[in-house]
Write a protein that binds this ligand. Sequence first.
Ligand SMILES: [Zn+2]
Length: 255
Amino acid sequence: MRSAATIQHEYEMRHEEGMSDAHCHINLFDDPQAVVNSARESGVKTIVTAGGNLKDNLAVDRITSQLNIFGVIGIGPDVAAIEEHEIEKLKKTISQNKYIVGIGEVGLDFKISQDPDNIAAQKEVFIKQIELSRELDVPLVIHARKAIREVIGILIDESVEKAMFHFFEGGLDEARIAEKNGYLISIPPLHSAKRRRVIENVEIGTLVAETDAPVAGSIPNDVKKSIEYIAQIKGMSIDDVARKTSENVREFFYI
Ligand SMILES: [Zn+2]
């Protein structure tokens, strides 16, 4: 089994100063190589691309090693009811591909369905992947839509230590609970009063920046907008926020 120390050593030579996009979907672009090149040129040195269903997981497995970027794979809530059998495959891929550094995006999405059977399937698949993250000693990248309280409750019940809330949509109360439990809050390049309050009131050590590109930001280069937003609210320099959020990403994923 890969230990955190081994992995850190493996990647030691690959650390570069710069910004980090903690969450995006590089495989959804027509030309992933061009997108990654452009990101690197604009100073985004660390990229974590996310899967979440069978098709995307296969693509993440392929492009991470090709493009020298990191990735996470998982069975997301939107496909939980139909791709549950894929969990075994995750284990094999994570063990074999050293660029795959976590399980994600996984969690609950009550916007997708209100149907009790679907929600039960989402919960079952989420908990199975929490168990897998424990077995493999890798962190979880969380998707929680209209379900933040439920997700935090499950993480705490399951004694999860490492979770990153991708595209955090909770309010201050949820942010404080997440922070208290050592979870990371990921900030997309979108402004809102609720997000501002969260950024204002949690420590910089709790925050990372993401684009969710091509979903929220159009390309990973836009992570600069998330970093600028945090810097402006916290009264920090852009460089300091870039450095600190990058450190948080690397520490979280053991990279
Ligand atoms: Zn995403």
